[in-house]
Design a protein. Structure first.
Length: 118
């Protein structure tokens, strides 16, 4: 039986620049076969994360700052679940750090291919 547990000290992981301006991320886990993964995302103030579709849904937890997802403001310590098929382009007025976990592929719907490589 393969041991699939993964441990990562987020303090030790470098921030990688995403293709979208003002967005960086730390990859915590990614399965290229299924597209499932988990990331920390940093968005600078007045930044929109490019439009994408969560083919299997996405779970979000805002660690710091705030995020506007559709018409809902998600603030520090708040959780949001986006069901499968959701199309979003989250915006942060003041900047934020969030945790995102996705059980399957995330399809980009914009001109910056490879945002987080999914």
């Amino acid at each position: 039986m393969t041991d699939n547990y993964r441990y990562a000290s987020t303090e030790d992981l470098p921030w990688a620049c995403a293709a979208a301006r003002g967005v960086s991320y730390k990859s915590l886990r990614f399965d290229p076969e299924t597209g499932a993964g988990a990331v920390l995302i940093h968005m600078c103030p007045d930044t929109t994360y490019p439009r994408h579709r969560a083919l299997a849904g996405i779970d979000l937890l805002v660690i710091d700052g705030d995020l506007l997802v559709r018409d809902t403001r998600v603030t520090r310590g708040c959780y949001a679940h986006l069901p499968a098929g959701s199309e979003v382009a989250p915006y942060s007025a003041d900047g934020c750090v969030l945790f995102a976990a996705f059980p399957g592929r995330v399809e980009n719907l914009h001109d910056a291919p490879g945002v987080y490589g999914v």
